[in-house]
Design a protein around this ligand. Structure first.
Ligand code: MTE
Ligand code: MO
Length: 400
């Protein structure tokens, strides 16, 4: 039963369902099922659960595809629904020919094949990756009308496994902790990004596996950089080169992009951390409520600075807040599920969620974010998101 129909029927109606299951006499109960398969696929009737694609017609392979957050539960994103951001398409890499080279200041030039890296001790962590441009339609003057995933789905969460970067840096004799590490991908765009060497030593790793299987081509096969909690663009895919340097590369994505003017004339640059954010993923635009419906307001929260400490939910446009229940375990730098049961009384309501992380940072209201960052921002939009339920039970995206 679809969520919309469930909500329309209400929990009470469901309790009266006849005890005879509709499937009892169905065709599939009388004939043998399909044979085994080498690699399983989602049920055919779930084929509507897809990434939405927004591609740039002028540059081949440039664009994004969005995780359908409104269709997913739990904290892990299936690999086939992980959001994508490519600047110049997905390279088709022969893993037998691909190598990773580490060189630069105070480093002994060292090269690893994929096969060699796979033999190292691997670490695994459940971590979100969020594009710094996620949610940037929030800067628009009018709230765009789309389901939550099509506005905020440039974020996904996976169990990533790979080789700690500290091992490779030590193997190459890098003793210094100050300075920068420049990471480069082997796609046609040749993305290169700089990060502080200290972070590289601290918790970065070379991602080789995603949710237990080798990386998908779209997400960086055969290897990508994992930079826990920091913006997506640093997670260089199809990683092929690491260079120890005294100064950052000042590449396109550190200057022409990801540098933003603030009110007052100062600029933000190297704003690595993804700050705390939360989203109600159900109900969402496209769902319809009936008066008296029981609604499980649920969603996800995450922070690039550590664990989620608290998520509050408001049904009155932020006038009052109540604590949501957090699904355990609450892991740092990982999606945290929250839920708050509610009964809709048929009057206009505005649903919001607000996250607080372990540092005490509280997700800002939209007005506060605009006051601090100006009207013309583009990256790192993490304000509270508002969904209005009108008297007809229809849901729309609003600014309050
Ligand atoms: N080599 C390379 N790495 C890349 C990119 C790219 O275009 N080329 N895009 C970056 C950006 S902007 C983001 S948000 C993430 C997206 O990772 P995903 O496609 O696995 O979700 O990869 C980053 N790494
Ligand atoms: Mo990104």
């Amino acid at each position: 039963m679809g969520r919309r129909r469930f909500l329309q029927a209400g929990v009470g109606a469901l309790g009266l369902a006849p005890l005879v299951a509709t499937g009892t006499h169905a065709a599939w109960t009388r004939t043998p099922g399909a044979p085994f398969s080498n690699y399983g696929q989602p049920a055919a009737s779930e084929s509507g659960v897809i990434r939405w694609i927004s591609a740039n017609a002028d540059v081949p392979g440039n664009g994004v595809s969005w995780t359908p957050l409104q269709d997913l539960v739990g904290t892990l994103t299936p690999a086939g629904l992980h959001f994508e951001r490519h600047h110049n398409g997905v390279p088709r890499i022969d893993p037998a020919l691909h190598t990773l080279t580490l060189h630069g200041r105070d480093a002994r030039a060292t090269r690893w094949t994929v096969a060699k890296l796979l033999r190292y001790p691997l670490v695994s962590r459940q971590l979100f990756i969020e594009c710094g441009g996620n949610s940037n339609s929030g800067w628009l003057q009018e709230p765009p009308q789309a389901a939550v995933g099509w506005l905020h789905g440039l974020v996904s969460c996976s169990e990533w496994s790979g080789v700690p970067l500290s091992l490779l840096l030590e193997e190459a004799g890098v003793a210094r902790r100050h300075g920068w590490l420049i990471a480069e991908g082997s796609d046609a765009f040749g993305l290169h990004m700089s990060l502080p060497l200290e972070k590289a030593f601290d918790d970065c790793f070379i991602g080789l596996y995603q949710n237990g299987e080798r990386l998908r081509p779209e997400n960086g096969y055969p290897m990508r950089l994992i930079v826990p909690g920091w913006e997506g663009v640093l997670h260089v895919k199809w990683l092929t080169r690491l260079e120890v340097a005294d100064v950052p590369a000042m590449s396109r994505n550190e200057t022409a992009r990801y540098t933003e003017l603030l009110p007052g004339g100062r600029a933000r640059q190297f704003s690595f951390f993804m700050e705390a954010k939360s989203l109600i993923t159900r109900p969402t635009l496209g769902d319809a409520l009936a008066p008296g419906d029981y609604v499980d307001i649920a969603g996800i929260a995450w922070s690039g600075r550590g664990r989620i400490r608290r998520v509050e939910v408001s049904v009155d446009a932020g006038r009052s807040w109540q604590d949501a229940e957090l699904q355990s375990p609450v892991l740092p730098l990982c999606f945290t599920r929250f839920r708050r049961p509610w009964r809709w009384d048929g009057r206009r309501a505005v649903l919001q969620s607000r996250a607080t992380d372990a540092t005490g940072y509280v997700q800002p209201a939209r007005e506060a974010l605009l006051a601090a960052r100006g009207r013309w921002g583009y990256f790192h939009y993490n304000a509270v998101v508002s969904w209005a339920v009108d008297e007809d039970g229809f849901i729309s995206h609003v600014y309050v």
